[in-house]
Design a protein around this ligand. Structure first.
Ligand code: 16G
Length: 250
């Protein structure tokens, strides 16, 4: 693994198209790439700070700074006295507005969706409250199971104004990619999360036993001008996901 990382770091140092002058950012990119390419698997240990600094000719401060950023992003975890590992559980920082697809790709996993529903219809009273829409307006509804390879990780039901995304079949795997095509990817979101016990149908779809722990999350995503662009209700598997928030005093 150390060789793969050293090769990737050197490749990035030579690459003039993506040249990143700051060594710690270059190393961070190299670590991210080897995780994405699966040269290092979840649960495996990263070479020690000292080994990395020697192999790459970098100071330990630089190596530490590169690693700290990836720990914050949730790609790496640190255990006191045991070293730094590629995170096994999916750690999602609550402060970053990312999509399911991006979260999984960052870990070298292949995300995909299986749809139960992709339809257009008149907004319901609940949806109109959540999306700030007037009665009678059309919305697109997506209901799907989200997978990493063949492993189901979440169930999601998204509602999007049809004025933003007229055709639900534009969404293949990623809703945010489709919204991006219309220049309507949310830039801010409000999210509410609570613990739930998964019911029989949800548990069956997620390949866990009925009554397993799940996370019920509602997200309202906003455009720059304040319009609500998505209202998504998700049920994430509690045995795989960690949601992490950074807190600061005022
Ligand atoms: C995440 C979001 C969900 C969003 C989806 C878009 C959480 C809890 N939920 O699952 O609100 O609609 O990503 O992902 O993070 P996509 O672009 O891969 O469809």
């Amino acid at each position: 693994m150390q060789n793969a990382l050293a090769d990737e770091y050197r490749r990035l140092s030579r690459d003039t198209t993506t040249h990143q002058p700051l060594a710690y950012l270059r190393l961070r990119r190299a670590i991210r790439n080897v995780i994405q390419h699966r040269d290092i698997e979840p649960g495996q240990t990263l070479p020690s700070e000292r080994d990395l600094s020697q192999a790459l000719g970098l100071s330990r401060v630089t190596v530490r700074k590169a690693i700290a950023g990836l720990v914050e992003e949730g790609l790496l975890t640190q255990r006191h006295g045991a070293g730094t590992f590629v995170a096994e559980r999916i750690v999602k920082p609550m402060s970053r507005l990312t999509s399911f697809t991006e979260d999984l790709r960052a870990r070298g996993l292949h995300p995909r969706s299986e749809f139960f529903e992709r339809s257009v219809g008149e907004v319901t009273p609940e949806e109109s409250m959540a999306l700030n829409l007037s009665p009678g307006v059309l919305v697109v509804r997506l209901h799907r199971v989200r997978y990493a390879e063949d492993e189901p990780l979440a169930i999601e039901r998204s509602v999007v104004p049809a004025s933003v995304l007229p055709d639900p079949h534009e969404v293949h795997d990623s809703l945010y990619e489709a919204l991006e095509h219309h220049n309507c990817r949310p830039v801010r979101a409000l999210q509410r999360l609570r613990a739930v016990l998964l019911g029989a149908r949800q548990a069956r779809l997620l390949h866990v036993t009925t009554g397993s722990a799940g996370l019920h999350i509602e997200r309202r995503g906003f455009l720059d001008d304040g319009r609500v662009v998505e209202f998504t209700t998700s049920w994430y598997r509690g045995d795989i996901y960690d949601f992490v928030a950074e807190l600061q005093t005022d």
